[in-house]
Design a protein. Structure first.
Length: 318
């Protein structure tokens, strides 16, 4: 086992936060994971869930949701303490994901010393009201995850401008779902990994070009340390053709990294995933202008921002 990889141990708990969490958990079949849903919306939950009650607030901010979450910390600790590995799934375009995921990852990693794999989707570039808080939450989640897998909605829509937001969200959900299913089969690299996917059943050469385009859209100024291309449902392809495509893929990525792998897996559906381990600053760092300030220079960085209700009965002074 390479030093930059990690071995996972059972039992595994999949924590789904918000709407995407419910969608992913409901579609997962034949996996040996227990699941837990967490949200401030009851309609996003099922029987095995934790509802963050925001009292009388109809449209609480992410900071307000986080303040109510404080009262559930002990319950969260109890629910996840019996597991070795935590897989955390959320969308940072949702207020629930922005608010809850950093706290849950902190409890799992910093307080309970669990192995944490986080898998997050990022908002579209035009969702300006989400970008700053998504950038801050991503940084917090990354610091409390052994492996952080990031799916960039904006990258997919940039190379497919004809897609609607709904279609793009469905595709990114499928990418997340298939990545979770790949976890037992793949070599997972520590740190941040960008995940891109080609879900259409087109030819493999076109799919590879789309994957690389998605990757470089999200890359920013960071460098690629390792990349692995997973081709599902291509067992019937001629070996010579697969070798040729691997050679072309390696030549394309060679300028950034010499550690390039190509894996063909069994699947009933043709699709591809490119998982690239990166080092340095991605475009997501620009979502939070304060990212240039080192963590040790930030006051109370260990305490996530929240808006608790504070009642100070100050008497009038005449």
């Amino acid at each position: 086992m390479a030093e930059d990889c990690i071995e996972l141990r059972k039992p595994v708990l999949l924590i789904g936060i918000g709407k995407i969490g419910k969608n992913i958990v409901s579609k997962l079949d034949n996996v040996e994971y227990d699941s837990l849903l967490i949200s401030n919306h009851r309609e996003e939950l099922d029987n095995n869930s934790l509802h963050v009650d925001c009292k009388s607030w109809i449209n609480p901010s992410s900071y307000k949701i986080r303040s109510f979450l404080e009262t559930y910390k002990e319950e969260i600790c109890t629910k996840i303490s019996g597991y070795q590995t935590i897989v955390l799934v959320t969308s940072l375009s949702e207020k629930s994901g922005i608010a809850i995921a950093p706290v849950v990852s902190h409890i799992a990693k910093s307080m309970l010393d669990k192995t944490v794999i986080s898998l997050v989707t990022m908002p579209f570039g035009h969702e300006k009201d989400r970008l700053f808080q998504a950038g801050v939450s991503l940084k917090r989640i990354s610091s409390n995850s052994d492996i952080n897998l990031v799916v960039d909605n904006d990258a997919y829509i940039e190379i497919n401008p004809g897609l609607t937001m709904e279609s793009c969200s469905e595709i990114s959900n499928d990418i997340v779902l298939n990545t979770i299913k790949l976890i037992p089969e793949i070599s997972l690299n520590l740190g941040t990994n960008l995940v891109s996917g080609a879900m259409e059943e087109n030819n493999i050469e076109t799919g590879i070009k789309d994957l690389i385009a998605q990757l470089y859209t999200s890359l920013g100024t960071s460098s690629i340390t390792k990349s692995i291309l997973y081709v599902n449902g291509a067992k019937s392809e001629p070996i010579g053709r697969l070798n040729e495509m691997l050679s072309n893929f390696q030549n394309t990525m060679e300028g950034d990294t010499s550690d390039v792998s190509f894996v063909v897996t069994d699947s009933s559906r043709n699709n591809m995933h490119l998982i690239a381990s990166i080092k340095g600053r991605t475009k997501f760092d620009s979502y939070d202008p304060l990212n240039m300030i080192p963590d040790d220079k930030v006051l109370d960085w260990d305490i996530p921002e929240s808006h608790p209700d504070i009642d100070l009965p100050l008497p009038l002074i005449d």
